[in-house]
Every structure is written in C-alpha cells, then in structure tokens.
Design a protein around this ligand. Sequence first.
Ligand code: NAD
Ligand code: IPM
Ligand code: MG
Length: 359
Amino acid sequence: MSKKILVLAGDGIGPEIVAEAVKVLKALQAEGAIDVTLEEALVGGAAYDAYGDPLPEETLTAAKASDAVLLGAVGGPKWEPLPISKRPEKGLLGLRSGLGLFANLRPAVLYPQLIAASTLKPEIVSGLDLLIVRELTGDIYFGQPRGVETLPSGERRGLNTMVYTESEIERICRVAFDIAMQRGKKVCSVDKANVLECTELWREVATKTAADYPGLQLSHMYVDNAAMQLVRAPKQFDVIVTGNLFGDILSDCAAMLTGSIGMLPSASLNAQGQGMYEPIHGSAPDIAGRGIANPLATILSVALMLRHSLGAPEVAERIETAVSKVLDQGLRTADILSEGMRRVGTAEMGDAVVAALSA
Ligand SMILES: NC(=O)c1ccc[n+]([C@@H]2O[C@H](COP(=O)([O-])OP(=O)(O)OC[C@H]3O[C@@H](n4cnc5c(N)ncnc54)[C@H](O)[C@@H]3O)[C@@H](O)[C@H]2O)c1
Ligand SMILES: CC(C)[C@H](C(=O)O)[C@@H](O)C(=O)O
Ligand SMILES: [Mg+2]
C-alpha cells in the first residue's frame, strides 16, 4: 500500500533543500523501489503569512494522517519578533508535541571524503560515528510557567521552566539503550546534575533504567564537559542521551565535526514509529534564495525516513551509498568545499545523488 508523506518545505533554504530530497523520492518511486504519495502543506513563517498561524489546523491534521513528515526548516528574522512563534503549541514545537515525537535521533557521521572539511584534526575525527538521542517534547522548551511578566516594581522578568517527569526520562533512555545494544553497548547520559535538580532526577532514572540492559555501559557527564569532550576527543562517544536543550546545542556542535551542519539529518519518532524527518540545521536566512545550500542533510533525512517509518532499510542504504559516491566524485557545496574539489550548487548536488542512485 502506498505510504503517505507530508512535505513541509518551510522557510528560507527549506524549499530549496526539500526540492532535492523530493527529487530523490520521486526517482525511487519512478523505478518502483518505493510506493509513496506526496502531499504538501505550510508550516512556520510561510504558514503565518498565508493564514496568520505558523501551525494551521490543516497542517497538523495532515501530519497526523501521514506515515511520515519531511520538513525543510522554519523561521527567520521576518517572523522571530512574533510572540506566536514561541508558543509551544505552535510552529515546529507544536508539530513535534502534536505528533508526540519525543525521540530525536541525530547521527553525526563523518564521511571519510570530508575529513578535510572537518574543523578537527584527521586523527581526532576519522571514523567518527556517534548518535545523539535527544528528548524532544519536554524540558525547558515546554515547561510551565514561561513567559515575560511585569513585577509590581514595574521591572519585567523572563522565565522558562526545566521540567522532566520520571516516565519521560525513562522512555527516552529506553530508546537510547535499545539502539546502543545494537551498536557499541555504550551510552553517555549528559546532564547538569551538579546544579539542576531536574537533571539530578534524569541521572537517577537513567541509572535505574540501565539495570534492565545487561552488558550496557552507562556513563554520565555534565553538559559543559560534554561540549568540551566533543571537540577534544569525540570518538570516546558512541550514543549520547540527553534532554531537549542540551541535545539541541550538542548536536550543532557535533555537526561541525562532520564537516558542516549541512550534513546532519535527523529522525523524530513517536511511540507508534511515526516520524518527522528534517536536517538539524535551520532556514539559513544568510544564504537563502541563492541555490548554494547543502541539500545532503535533507536527502540523508529521507534515508532515515525509509529506515524508521517506511520499512525500506535497503533503499535507505542506497541513498547513503549514493551520497558517498557523489562525494567520491569530488562534488561539494560551498559549506564542505576543500582544495581540489568541484563546487556545485544545491540542485546540481541533488541531481548528482539521483544519478548515483542508479550508477
Ligand atoms: N528545524 C528547524 O526548522 C530549525 C533549526 C534551527 C534553526 N531554525 C531557525 O532557522 C533560522 C536561522 O537560524 P540560525 O541562523 O541560528 O541557524 P541555521 O542552522 O539556519 O544557520 C546557521 C549557519 O549554518 C549555515 N547553514 C545551515 N544550513 C546549511 C546548509 N544546508 N548548507 C550550507 N550552510 C548551512 C547557515 O548559512 C548559517 O551560516 C532561525 O529562525 C531559527 O529559529 C530552524
Ligand atoms: C528551531 C528550533 C526550535 C529547533 C530546536 O531548538 O529544537 C532547532 O534548533 C533544531 O535543532 O531543530
Ligand atoms: Mg538546533
């Protein structure tokens, strides 16, 4: 039966990179490797401009009715002053919470061809393959109370609240531990338990949950040290499990180890295996509309979609191999360019991946 994919291009470079990922899906469809139906809807600034709402009801309904969602990126300076863009039930956060996408997988894999594009020395990053498992529907992103209030003195106070329940911590740890049992059986849980009670609870629940996984090696690290260790010796990590805010920051940091944030895909999953797939980067307003953005993170997100929501792991592997072939050919968007390589634009990179699929 045909699988329904909702395509949400979003803002900035979103439509440019999503167009390339859609090319890949259509090429696979044309040769009969997959059977999908693509539908489009608006989210983010594009939806706000059209409907005065960054997450229109129709978009959320269509997302819930689909097998998977492909998202480009949302936001940009034009919309950021709008208070509605920060409401947790709106925009991207509303989509994540509305679909119950609590488990965000952010693999940071260094393609050997991109070693010269990494910010770190080759011996420190070569062979890097780590997975950040980020909790996505809790933490300070969603905790109440939140907002900006005026005190009796007339001074204003801004506040956000870091909240995690035991069950929220346990379920994301189980996702990370299950995956780790299929990999290196090694998980580092990242928190700030020396200062924040909420993450003290995180550490306690992670430790208790790990007892159900014989052979699993669980370690704990404070987030400030983890940020430092990621750039000092990233290969000490295999799977990192952490909360929403720390995971956001650490994954951008890990992205640079792989050459560019334009290389990192992500999968956001709910308890039913339904998922939303998006690059970890944003709408990159500084380069939007110029046809130079790297579409590979979005194309690799399609691979994650095929693996996690559409039951086609062998087709996912074909996409990953095609990306590797294109890098072998020396093609590079500006963000991963190094000496001796050929610079290409967004569309040329997408076309090359499509060609490499059948090569
Ligand atoms: N998932 C999302 O939709 C998402 C994620 C992060 C940020 N955002 C939003 O995007 C907007 C811009 O945020 P930002 O500038 O902090 O982060 P960003 O990730 O959009 O950009 C950071 C830097 O990385 C570069 N970059 C990002 N993606 C690239 C790609 N594919 N190819 C080449 N270079 C790329 C940009 O040009 C920029 O210099 C904001 O509105 C932010 O809220 C959205
Ligand atoms: C745009 C923003 C809400 C988002 C986040 O913080 O989760 C982004 O940075 C990401 O990494 O997906
Ligand atoms: Mg982020």
